[in-house]
Design a protein around this ligand. Structure first.
Ligand SMILES: Nc1ncnc2c1ncn2[C@@H]1O[C@H](COP(=O)(O)OP(=O)(O)OP(=O)(O)O)[C@@H](O)[C@H]1O
Length: 338
């Protein structure tokens, strides 16, 4: 029986990433856990600085000083990526897990034709393929992201922003990875192109049967794409659950404020307007990282870090309101304007 769609392809457990600073470690990613099944789409959302890119880099084991993976596991099938040798890691990247990095321009080599860049990615793994087979794969790879075969002969500067992003997606998926991490693949593109790129990512993923982690700060775009949404705040996943539940009955106060701050979820606006600022990540006191901005905070929130609680089926929230409550209490007028 093929139960591939039920198989966990990525299991992230208690991932911790610190930036070493003169004042001590900044805990930019703190015990982040989530898992993905084949074909699943997880959207990871949070304000700027919440740790999304730091997670993406750690999932590829691309963290560089001052960033340091301080703990946890990244299980691809049953292998912990954090324990692989450098040679094993080179084989695993692109083939098992691939990153569509933030900023297409900076990830393309400006002095190399697009086709050669795809060929390089393939050749790093498939020395057995001859020129014709590689050529076929380049044309297929370009077609999969909606690009004409002629793009293979072009240099990055000859392409529009959207085409560059598609070219990056073609390189990242040239070895048919099982997991694709897409870090804000639409930032710096106009709204129409953004939607097209997300649709292309979806089609590409369907074709490959891959799982996707889509990182972004646009709840509309994330909601449109994802099956599951993880909400990050100051380095922690504060809520994780099915997209519809997250939108309709958010349990964590931060998620609720995030959604309430959107003029209309379908209008695809960026996050804005939660009063206050996230905490500094060095020398953090015990307690919930959101407590200072939370309309529901009580003494325990400032003293004890909340762990994830199951709040509904496949839905967790890291908040001391649970499991005592079924849902989030209403925000009163005075709290609303606080
Ligand atoms: N080189 C660094 N040294 C110290 N702290 C850093 C460094 N790089 C990032 N950080 C901190 O790590 C935290 C997470 O940053 P990260 O870039 O992962 O956030 P993000 O959610 O991806 O933001 P964005 O949406 O703007 O890309 C931030 O609070 C940032 O201040």
């Amino acid at each position: 029986m093929n139960d591939g769609d039920k198989t966990r392809v990525l299991d992230v457990r208690d991932l911790e990433v610190h930036y070493d600073t003169r004042e001590g470690p900044a805990k930019a990613v703190d015990r982040v856990s989530f898992s993905l099944r084949a074909g699943e789409r997880l959207g990871l959302i949070g304000e700027s600085g919440s740790g999304k890119t730091t997670v993406a880099m750690a999932l590829m084991r691309l963290s560089r000083p001052p960033a340091r993976i301080a703990g946890g596991e990244v299980l691809l099938a049953d292998r912990d990526l954090l324990k692989l040798t450098d040679a094993e890691l080179r084989q695993t990247r692109l083939r098992d897990i691939a990153l569509v990095p933030q900023g297409a321009m900076s990830s393309l080599n400006p002095v190399m034709r697009v086709g050669d860049q795809i060929a390089d990615a393939i050749l790093a793994h498939r020395r057995d393929l001859n020129r014709k087979a590689i050529r076929t794969r380049i044309v297929e790879g370009l077609a999969n992201v909606g690009l004409d075969p002629s793009v293979a002969r072009r240099f990055p500067h000859e392409l529009s922003g959207g085409m560059k992003q598609r070219a990056v997606m073609a390189i990242a998926t040239s070895l048919a990875p099982k997991v694709i991490i897409a870090d804000e693949p639409t930032s710096a593109l106009d709204v129409v192109v953004q939607r097209q790129i997300i649709q292309t990512l979806g089609r590409l993923q369907d074709g490959l049967g891959a799982a996707v982690v889509l990182i972004g700060h646009d709840m509309g775009l994330i909601a449109q794409f994802s099956d599951t949404v993880g909400v990050m705040y100051a380095g922690r996943v504060v809520e994780l659950g099915p997209v519809q539940q997250i939108i309709e009955t958010p349990r964590h106060p931060y998620t609720r404020l995030l959604i309430d701050s959107l003029p209309g979820i379908r209008e695809r606006k960026a996050l804005r307007g939660i009063p206050g600022l996230p905490p500094r990540l060095v020398n953090l006191p015990e307690g919930c990282r959101f407590a200072a901005r939370c309309p529901f905070a009580f003494d325990r929130c400032r003293a004890e870090t909340p762990e994830q609680q199951t709040v509904a089926s496949y839905h967790v929230a890291a908040c001391h309101l649970y499991p005592q409550h079924d849902s989030l209490p209403p925000i009163t007028a005075s709290e609303d304007t606080a």
